[in-house]
Design a protein around this ligand. Structure first.
Ligand SMILES: [Fe+2]
Length: 194
């Protein structure tokens, strides 16, 4: 096996890199799976009462694709790889497969909220797994987690709960600020579903 400097650096700080790669691959596939279902949902909501939700879905869908693209390079830097084929359904939006012909926003929203909560929890766990051991992955997970909290807040707003939440930074803004500071933020904001 070729020497992998990225892996050695993280291993030297006590990280179980194989476990970390497994989690990162699982996350990357989940992001891609959600992107796929958001694409279906976006089309499903065209021309019906779900226009407001469709606009949110459009943004969340793009962010999940961006998350996939953020995670993949890190997997390979650590010496891992994506599976050649995805054998199992990934992501947390499989329930959207059985949508009624007519878009039913009150029925769809809880599925989306549940998926966002699961994502926040997964990235919270990834932050806990990497803090102090792998700053690069930690910063990545923290930034994505912030986006997932934002998704959760937007779905909650549509459900009429928690509308008073302030605007949160996007992952791109967090990664930029981390790069400028040269260190991970000291405080991890814990969201409602974490
Ligand atoms: Fe995501």
């Amino acid at each position: 096996m070729a020497k992998c400097v990225g892996r050695e650096l993280v291993e030297a700080r006590g990280m179980d890199v194989d476990s970390l790669i497994n989690v990162l691959v699982e996350r990357a596939l989940a992001e891609m799976g959600n992107y796929y279902y958001f694409t279906l949902l976006r089309i499903h909501l065209l021309g019906v009462d779900g226009e407001a939700l469709r606009r949110i879905i459009e943004q969340v869908r793009e962010q999940d694709r961006h998350h996939f693209e953020l995670l993949v390079p890190r997997i390979y830097e650590l010496g891992g790889r994506l599976p050649e084929t995805a054998e199992q359904e990934s992501g947390t939006l499989g329930a959207l497969r059985v949508l009624p012909v007519e878009a039913d926003v009150p029925k769809i929203l809880p599925i989306l909220l549940q998926a966002a909560e699961a994502s926040v929890k997964a990235y919270t766990n990834l932050c806990a797994m990497t803090i102090g051991k792998d700053n690069h992955t930690y910063n990545l997970a923290l930034a994505i987690r912030q986006d997932e909290i934002q998704h959760q807040v937007r779905f909650l707003e549509m459900l009429g709960r928690g509308a008073a939440e302030p605007r949160l930074q996007t992952s791109a803004e967090i990664l930029l600020s981390v790069a400028q500071l040269g260190a991970p933020p000291a405080v991890v904001r814990v969201g409602a579903g974490a």
